[in-house]
Design a binder for this molecule. Structure first.
Ligand SMILES: N[C@@H](CCC(=O)N[C@@H](CS)C(=O)NCC(=O)O)C(=O)O
Length: 212
């Protein structure tokens, strides 16, 4: 049994949990998952007791707890250097870190107005309040990364990387609230992500959470 335990929220809702979960599944890193259902009367007490930040996701490794999606990804990169979770080439790695940090700290309008609702499609499409600006910026990022670093491959930087995991919940939002206008490269990238076995597995979990 693996000594890594990833605590996550509901698969339908918890966009931050989705990122390290997808990274680990897609990179074939063995782990056990622990679900802490959000928005329940008992959620706050459980999170305050178990999670250093009071949020999910957090990763437990022995007596160490690492919280925050991007820090978890960095820790996994340190633990498993052979998996090359960041691109091997220096310039690609620098840009992959930049777009991952931008996702982590930005796109507030998209994240607020279009919250992840993984199992739903065709929800009302509001692009006010900065949402369209966020969509345009993400379209530019996906297009530029695919064109400059990911050409001839399926992902943003060639092989699947932390950057792809960081943008996975945007793919889900575009499905739920779209269609959105994307370049051919960005649209193809979305399809690649949606077809990943790990992405689909998360979707099955999201639908199961909904019917629980
Ligand atoms: N910056 C954090 C954000 C984590 C976060 O906001 N998690 C949400 C769920 S997606 C949460 O735990 N909310 C607690 C609650 O709803 O009570 C990360 O990257 O992991």
């Amino acid at each position: 049994m693996s000594d890594l335990v990833l605590a996550i929220g509901d698969k339908n809702l918890s966009s931050w949990s989705f990122r390290p979960w997808l990274l680990m599944k897609q990179s074939e890193i063995a782990f056990r998952e622990e679900t802490i259902l959000l928005d329940r009367p008992e959620t706050r007490v459980i999170l305050d007791k178990k999670s250093p930040s009071g949020l999910v996701p957090f990763l437990t490794h022995g007596d160490l707890k690492i919280w925050d999606s991007l820090a978890i990804a960095e820790y996994l990169n340190d633990l498993f250097p052979e998996k090359q979770l960041w691109p091997a080439e220096r310039e690609a790695r620098a840009v992959a870190r930049a777009v991952s940090a931008e996702m982590h700290s930005g796109f507030a309008a998209l994240r607020t107005v279009w919250p992840m609702n993984f199992s739903r499609e065709g929800l009302r499409h509001l692009t006010s309040g900065g949402v369209q600006r966020d969509i345009d910026r993400i379209n530019a990022i996906w297009t530029q990364c695919r064109t400059r670093f990911g050409k001839g491959s399926d992902f943003l930087f060639g092989a699947f990387s932390i950057a792809d995991a960081m943008y996975a919940s945007v793919v889900s939002r575009f499905v739920t609230y779209g269609p959105v206008a994307l370049s051919d490269e960005a649209a193809a990238y979305m399809q690649t992500m949606r077809a990943l076995p790990a992405y689909r597995l998360w979707g099955e979990g999201a639908r199961a959470d909904m019917s629980a």
